[in-house]
Design a protein around this ligand. Structure first.
Ligand code: AHR
Length: 614
């Protein structure tokens, strides 16, 4: 490998190149990144008519002592279903009530505090116990007693209490119980850990995994999620903003679960800001998987998109900017990218709808970058766009690896490319194995090489809750209390310094160019402010490569700073797991022969990086 590290050889890599794509799939948000512990907090998930199924809430106590019914009596306009609890026993000898196991068990940690909020009304005085208890034996982990006079709760009243856990369990439930006879109406029951990331409601361990990737952008909130199987179930931003208790929630009919919409549009923008990423908002183009709005009727959708942009960026004096400010963020969010629809290009009304959105947004926001769903990598677009979206999910590792060349011949005079979804899928990828990761590493080397045209790229999907694998593989796996990155996550990690770096010319000679590829960048380390050459080699082959690397630039005399980082494992099918979360993770060592001429051994099935100061 010959690396031309002279200043003249370099070309800047866009500082937007590698980012992430968050979608509400696999319980990524509800029961995941969004730290809310209660599932179906408004009792709406079973349907908006009564009687409604209140799953996963269950009855506590003897059935003869309590009756539970759903009623349309809530104080909340958009979610009318509430729970009526009739306590029938007079001076009950044992407590009765309801419990909620959250999403496959709540993680309650000794010493941590939790804010529990619920809305209640009753004609009688209230005497309730709020507690977290272990699933296994009902052992109490934290408890609080709520007392109120009848006049205090004669109208719907918000109750808030803080619970501090005296013991831990990763599989707990929230209990609301009483021994007092009477009728109680309940709605919007929430339990939030008080140590969420910056107090913004996100699970800190999961956010930290994102921050580690130094993502340049956050595409959100979907994916198919924004399309819906049917339009009536598509994610619509207006229903996801404002006070959480007033949000209606909706059935995510593509990925088959209810979401209370705690992680809504505002939270997506907040997340992007918190992790230092540019938000890329994807909104519905009037098209779902099974129904479409004709272009002649698309105006309300266009208005909704413009209102959404105003919500994100508008001054506090605007209608939607004022709502954003009321949610705690008077400063506009830095929204500069919007995508019109997801994978809708071939649909009957996409082109017409797209142009209506495009013209309206362009007129009001000339600097917002507009992303089309139509692939322009081998033919020009027939409509205006700043960027076009490109998705690829090959099922064959070699095909994934060789996708590195997909943009080699693309004309450079059209819109730029955004590879907003890529991953190896199918059997060879398992639930996220080494083979998948290395095949993707080859693809990413190709994207670096084509980064004069490809300006953004993100893996998909980002998260999976191990209890609801709707899509395999994924970058980050979690349960109620643990989280780990798949090898694909670590590949992204090894490319994170490419954003804004300088791409160098290289000549690479290898016996099998279909299974090995290399790239080199100049990178300024923000810590020591020094410049480094970073060489990455992806080897999909079964054999070692004895690589000779020549650099035409003096390297730093401090060769102790020259390192080699390798991502590999013994077998192609090896994966990380909760028991071995870092079985496959980058391993750093000293370079064997640092200097201008290096001999580096590249293991089979690996991504290797050589780093030298200059
Ligand atoms: O990443 C999973 C899904 O794949 C996305 O929702 C969709 O855009 C694509 O089909």
């Amino acid at each position: 490998l010959v690396v031309d590290a002279s200043d003249a050889s370099g070309r800047p890599i866009p500082n937007t190149l590698f980012g992430i794509f968050y979608e509400e799939i696999n319980h990524a948000g509800a029961g995941g990144l969004w730290a809310e512990l209660v599932r179906n907090r408004g009792f709406e998930a079973g349907g908006r008519r009564v009687p409604s199924n209140i799953d996963p809430w269950t009855l506590v106590g003897k059935e003869s002592h309590i009756s539970l019914r759903t009623v349309l009596d809530s104080c909340f306009k958009h979610n009318k279903v509430a729970l009526k609890m009739d306590v029938l026993c007079d001076k009950c000898t044992s407590e009765v009530g309801i419990s909620n196991p959250g999403h496959w068990g709540m993680n309650i940690v000794q010493g941590k505090k939790y804010k529990v909020v619920f809305f209640v009304t009753s004609a009688e005085p209230l005497d309730m116990t709020v507690s977290f208890r272990k699933a296994e034996d009902g052992g109490v982990l934290a408890t609080s007693n709520i007392k109120a006079s009848a006049s205090d709760v004669s109208n719907w009243t918000r109750i808030e209490t803080t619970l501090e856990a005296s013991a831990s369990s990763q599989n707990s439930s929230l209990y609301l119980t009483t021994t007092r006879k009477g009728q109680i109406l309940l709605d919007q029951v929430s339990a939030m850990p008080m140590d969420t990331y910056k107090g913004h409601g996100f699970r800190t361990d999961m956010v930290n995994m994102l921050i580690e990737l130094k993502p340049a952008f956050l595409r959100f909130p979907g994916g198919c999620y924004i399309e819906g199987q049917r339009l009536k179930n598509a994610f619509r931003w207006k229903k996801s903003v404002g006070p959480w208790e007033e949000r209606s929630g909706h059935f995510n009919d593509v990925w088959h679960y209810w979401t209370d919409d705690g992680l809504g549009f505002f939270e997506g923008l907040q997340l992007a800001e918190d992790i230092g990423a540019r938000p890329v908002w994807v909104f519905n183009s009037g098209i779902s998987h099974t129904d479409e709005v004709a272009t002649s009727l698309i105006t309300p959708f266009v208005k909704e998109a413009l209102d959404g942009i105003q919500f994100a960026r508008g001054a506090v004096t605007t209608k939607w900017g004022a709502l954003r400010a009321s949610m705690g963020h008077p400063k506009p969010f830095d929204l500069k990218y919007v995508a019109i629809g997801n994978e809708d290009c071939g649909k009957k009304y996409y082109r017409g709808n797209y142009i209506a959105f495009y013209n309206a947004i362009r007129k009001v926001h000339p600097h917002i970058q507009i992303i089309s769903n139509c692939d322009a990598h081998n033919q020009p677009l027939d409509h205006p766009a700043d960027i076009y979206d490109f998705h690829t999910y090959p099922q064959n590792p070699r095909e994934m690896f060789n996708m590195a060349h997909v943009f080699d011949k693309t004309q450079r005079n059209g819109p730029k490319a955004f590879v907003s979804e890529y991953a190896l899928r199918g059997e060879p990828a398992g639930t996220g194995d080494l083979l998948a990761a290395i095949s993707e590493a080859g693809f990413l080397i190709g994207l670096e090489r084509n980064s004069d045209h490809v300006v953004m790229a993100s893996y998909a999907p980002l998260f999976v809750n191990e209890n609801d694998r709707r899509w395999n593989p994924d970058a980050i796996v979690f349960n109620s209390h643990q989280v780990y990155g798949t090898p694909s996550y670590w590949v992204q990690y090894m490319f994170r310094e490419s954003n804004g770096a300088t791409f160098l010319k290289t000549q690479f000679q290898t016996p099998d160019p279909d299974s090995a590829d290399a790239s080199a960048i100049l990178w300024q380390n923000p810590q020591d402010k020094k410049t480094y050459v970073k060489i990455k080699v992806a080897n999909l082959g079964k054999n070692h490569l004895n690589l000779k690397i020549s650099l035409n630039r003096f390297v730093s005399s401090d060769l102790t700073k020259s390192t080699k980082t390798v991502l590999t494992s013994a077998n192609a099918v090896d994966e990380n797991s909760f028991t071995e979360p870092r079985k496959i993770a980058p391993q750093k060592s000293s370079l064997e022969s640092p200097g201008n001429e290096m001999n580096v051994v590249i293991p089979p099935l690996s991504l290797s990086e050589a780093l030298e100061g200059i």
